[in-house]
Design a protein around this ligand. Structure first.
Ligand SMILES: Cc1cc2nc3c(=O)[nH]c(=O)nc-3n(C[C@H](O)[C@H](O)[C@H](O)COP(=O)(O)OP(=O)(O)OC[C@H]3O[C@@H](n4cnc5c(N)ncnc54)[C@H](O)[C@@H]3O)c2cc1C
Ligand code: SF4
Length: 432
């Protein structure tokens, strides 16, 4: 354990976000970093509890107390080795994980100031890249071959785990570049795509073969492999089938988000195909994280106004008796995008889209508490109401499934944990 009294003397210090007026003018990452001394002080706050609830809460089983201690002592290489033993890509989780661990930290319970576990994780992996602790490691191959379909976080973890154990892995993906929703869903202001590219270059040097622009028919998997893992995500967006759905101006969230990410990667689109919120009154339907990403993106594109509506009631602000510590609290979440200038309303059910000459002009909603109806002005609506799982065909015994395709839409950390489990199961199958 680091400093046994630090948690009494050192307050939680987050690196914080860049100022709103600056960050909304670009798509760069909003989160800042602490200097090394402050980061070590933050790591020193870990109490190394007898029962580390942070470890219990992390789907990957990360060994947070161990790496906090190493960071506190300035042993960054050791910290990285401990972290990498359970997490394949901490540069992704360290940026986009909702930090389930921090909600279970004993310091969350005692003073509402949990250890900054997620930020410390990101700091460790960034030091490891900078100091050259992360180098390509090419395995000795055993002659068996595995095909992974889908290069999202789940597929990348399956590939990495099996490649390091000596299986030749080919990843097939229909998209032009690997990353799945890390690249084509999550906005650059949360995860810059050069972070993905850096890891993909490493995986390629380590021997993983990427076959992009290759949609796979799951009923006819490519021949020549001993086992397969389907990591195709949960790609079907939940629709809102109400009158006016076909008006121009009503989009699924990913139509906005994936296009914006592709534009930032240098792709160009015809004017008619552009989904752009400049000067538009935007209504985002759905109060979750995808909705929040639509807010940040619309604001950066120059929307005239952004309103987020949610059918469920407003959650409690700090504490929810229904989800006590150490479980993940269902409370009001305010993201960096919310801070950038949107209005939020709850308990509103959308009744119909209203339009003129084929174009959206508003959304009629009903207040679930009072029954009162009103029309919200809107030139653009983004539907961010979650995703459903595509049905998979009957699978032979050498075909495995991982990530959102197996669980339904979830989190990057869960997809990565599922990828590790699938890799273990595939290895056990191939060693029968
Ligand atoms: C907008 C948005 C924001 C999010 N933000 C966060 C966040 O901040 N934090 C967080 O933890 N989670 C977030 N999530 C959830 C997270 O991104 C997913 O849970 C995670 O990416 C799932 O990983 P996966 O590998 O299972 O699937 P995906 O990331 O969906 O990857 C699936 C891959 O399979 C490919 N594919 C599909 N079908 C085929 C086929 N037939 N042939 C070839 N390739 C195919 C796709 O092209 C894709 O590359 C977000 C989700 C969205 C939509
Ligand atoms: S992956 Fe998420 S839950 Fe696990 S230690 Fe990192 S921030 Fe915490």
């Amino acid at each position: 354990m680091g400093d046994s009294k630090a948690f009494l003397a050192v307050p939680r210090q987050e690196a914080g976000y860049r100022p709103v007026h600056e960050r909304i003018t670009d798509f760069g990452e909003v989160e800042q970093t602490l200097n090394t001394n402050d980061r070590r002080r933050q790591a020193s706050r870990c109490m190394d509890c007898g029962v580390p609830f942070c470890h219990w809460a992390c789907p990957l089983g990360n060994k947070q107390p161990e790496w906090q201690d190493a960071v506190y002592k300035g042993k960054w290489k050791e910290a990285y080795e401990i972290l990498a033993s359970t997490c394949d890509f901490p540069e992704f989780t360290g940026r986009v994980c909702p930090a389930l661990c921090e909600k279970s930290c004993v310091l969350k319970l005692s003073c509402d100031e949990p250890v900054t576990i997620r930020e410390n994780e990101a700091a460790i992996v960034e030091v490891a890249f900078k100091e050259g602790y992360i180098q390509p490691s090419v395995p000795v191959y055993n002659g068996q071959r595995v095909a992974v379909v889908g290069a999202g976080p789940a597929g990348l973890v399956v590939a990495n785990q099996l490649n390091q154990r000596g299986y030749q892995v080919v990843i097939f993906d229909k998209a032009e570049a690997p990353g799945g929703l890390l690249r084509f869903g999550i906005p650059n202001f949360k995860l810059n795509k050069n972070i993905i590219d850096r890891r993909m270059e490493l995986l390629e040097k380590e021997g993983i073969v990427f076959q992009m622009n290759t949609p796979i028919d799951l009923k006819r998997l490519p021949k020549g492999f001993d086992a397969y893992c389907l990591c195709t995500g949960a790609e079907v967006p939940r629709d809102l089938v109400i009158p006016g759905r076909d008006l121009k101006g009503v989009y699924f969230a990913l139509e906005l988000l994936s296009q914006q990410n592709r534009v930032l990667a240098g792709e160009t689109f015809e004017k008619e195909a552009l989904v752009h919120a400049k000067g538009k009154k935007v209504v985002v339907i759905g109060g979750g994280d995808t909705g929040s990403d639509c807010i940040g993106t619309s604001i950066r594109q120059g929307a005239a106004s952004v309103l987020q509506i949610e059918i469920m009631p407003k959650p409690p602000i700090d504490h929810n008796e229904a989800t006590p510590w150490p479980s993940y609290p269902q409370v009001l979440k305010t993201s960096s995008s919310h801070e950038e200038g949107c209005t939020r309303r709850w308990s509103l059910a959308s009744q119909q889209f209203i339009g003129k000459e084929g174009r959206l002009t508003g959304v009629e909603v009903e207040d679930q508490l009072t029954g009162r109806k009103e029309v919200l002005e809107a030139d653009m609506v983004f539907l961010a109401m979650g995703y459903t799982q595509a049905a998979l065909p009957d699978l032979p015994e050498n075909v495995f499934v991982a990530g959102d395709a197996a669980t339904g839409a979830s989190l990057v950390v869960r997809a990565m944990a599922g990828g590790r489990e699938a890799a273990k199961a595939i290895q056990a199958y191939l060693q029968r």
